[in-house]
Design a protein around this ligand. Structure first.
Ligand SMILES: Cc1cc2nc3c(=O)[nH]c(=O)nc-3n(C[C@H](O)[C@H](O)[C@H](O)COP(=O)(O)OP(=O)(O)OC[C@H]3O[C@@H](n4cnc5c(N)ncnc54)[C@H](O)[C@@H]3O)c2cc1C
Length: 441
């Protein structure tokens, strides 16, 4: 996804590109063909609504930038209501054909096993980056900077949390500053609520690991349901322990268990549920999580999961131009940068392709507007996200700088989202416009 889009964008700006693709010579457990831009699982690009949905806005921005992935997805769309479902094989075949037909693109079928010493490179090898290259990246960046699994705890929009039930406090009030002493958001449970929660967790439908996916699966990120299977009290002695906390709304009553959430972005609009990685299926997951007091009407920016996924700690490793700080002739793009999903991956390819082409032509593109979906996402991965707890992210409105003068909460949502998307479209076009001259140079 990302590599195809990056190559297309750079070539359209007049820069010759070689795509190095290891398939079909070297396979992954998820891909089936040798096509570029193969959709490995679902055939959906999710919502196509560019007024009320952040991923739909990303579609719009990619179309405005002449994106190949969106163009071919639209040509091969299948009926799916408001979603953009895609006829996967003709889609991938047409992306491959368009790239091969481009006079400035060459496709070379081989595995890249080391970090190149010179030239201009974009590494967009995805969640299933081959072992040799992953090792080379790890040697360059350090063992802790490259993950092989994501263990995603669900992320909640702050404005959907009931603060009449929840309160802010760090365990044992630890911290030098008031901000640190109140860094966590706490949701209290009585014994009955805890027992009902454990029952629902054990009964919930879970997703299975795919074959080949579990190698290296480790104890440090056990799903909450696996902890609950080990014993009904395990969670109460783990991520739900109630010690060192006093319920600000009811100081006399000690909670039986506490679910903690931690700020997930600098804006403070998103909070992740600490230690709550899970393989519960999405429908069941939302139902079970809404049993947590304070989260009964929670809106999720993303639900939890555990997957095989190779990704960088981008907030510490990449600059705002998506370059590896230690080797700036190498950019990264796609899921390996810590975005999640076909559309987000292709979007980061689009940016990396444009940035690399501009650089080769002796220019530096200005910062991508943070008010656009592209800018919100690239800013999140290259600096806005918490580096210590960095996990892959879907595009969502929680990543956007707040709008002045719009109503908060559920009631104001429609106007607020329209406000975000109107602002994004205008700023994105303003960013794109001067780049048309690059192609002519
Ligand atoms: C099992 C699985 C299921 C997924 N399901 C979905 C889903 O349903 N919906 C969704 O939106 N997202 C899904 N994703 C997440 C993700 O968005 C997609 O994997 C997406 O394709 C990522 O785009 P990308 O361009 O970063 O990587 P990819 O599309 O995987 O492209 C990377 C390319 O690099 C090649 N490559 C890897 N290593 C090397 C090397 N050393 N040398 C040369 N070539 C190399 C690979 O063969 C591949 O063609 C899934 C991921 C996985 C692993």
């Amino acid at each position: 996804m990302a590599g195809s889009e990056a190559a297309w964008q750079a070539a359209q700006l007049g820069v010759p590109v070689v795509i190095h693709e290891m398939r079909p010579k070297v396979e992954t457990f998820a891909h089936r063909t040798g096509n570029l831009a193969e959709m490995v699982c679902s055939n959906s690009f999710r919502s196509d609504d560019s007024e009320q949905n952040a991923v739909g806005l990303l579609h719009w921005e990619m179309r405005a930038a002449g994106g190949l992935i969106m163009d071919m997805a639209t040509k091969h769309r299948l009926p799916a209501g408001g979603a953009l479902a895609v006829d996967r094989d003709p889609f991938a075949e047409s992306v491959t054909a368009a790239l091969k037909a481009h006079p400035l693109v060459t496709v070379s079928y081989e595995e890249i096993t080391a970090l190149p010493d010179n030239g201009h490179w974009i590494i967009a090898t995805g969640p299933l980056t081959s072992g040799a290259l992953a090792q080379a990246v790890q040697e360059e960046t350090g063992a802790d900077a490259l993950a092989f699994f994501d263990a995603i705890a669900p992320i909640v929009y702050f404005d959907s949390i009931d603060m009449n039930v929840a309160w802010m406090q760090s365990r044992y009030d630890k911290g030098e500053t008031e901000e640190e002493r109140t860094a966590y958001l706490n949701c209290p449970m009585t014994k009955d609520q805890y027992e009902a929660f454990i029952d629902a967790l054990l009964a919930a439908e879970k997703a299975e690991f795919k074959e080949g996916e579990t190698a290296g699966y480790f104890d440090g990120c056990l799903p909450i349901e696996v902890m609950a299977e080990r014993g009904r009290e395990t969670l109460r002695f783990g991520p739900m322990k109630p010690v060192g906390l006093t319920n600000a709304h009811d100081p006399a009553n000690k909670p039986y268990a506490v679910v903690q959430l931690r700020r997930d972005n600098a804006l403070g609009t998103l909070f992740n549920i600490v230690g709550f990685q899970t393989k519960m299926k999405y429908g069941a997951q939302a139902h079970v999580l809404r049993m947590i007091p304070g989260l009964h009407v929670a809106k999720f920016a993303r639900l939890g999961g555990i997957h095989r996924n190779t990704f960088l700690n981008s907030p510490t490793l990449l600059d705002e131009q998506m370059r590896l700080k230690s080797k700036p002739h190498i950019r990264f793009a796609g899921q390996i940068t810590g975005v999640e999903g076909y559309v987000e991956s292709a979007a980061m390819g689009l940016l990396a392709g444009r940035m690399a082409a501009a650089e080769i032509k002796g220019e530096t593109l200005p910062e991508v507007p943070r008010t656009s979906a592209m800018g919100a996402l690239v800013h999140h991965i290259t600096g806005g996200a918490e580096a210590k707890t960095f996990q892959p992210m879907n595009v969502n409105f929680g990543l956007f700088p707040p709008l002045d003068g719009v109503r908060g909460g559920r009631r104001g949502r429609k106007d607020r989202y329209k406000g975000y998307t109107d602002r994004a479209k205008e700023d994105w076009q303003t960013w794109l416009a001067p780049q048309s001259s690059l192609a002519a140079e």
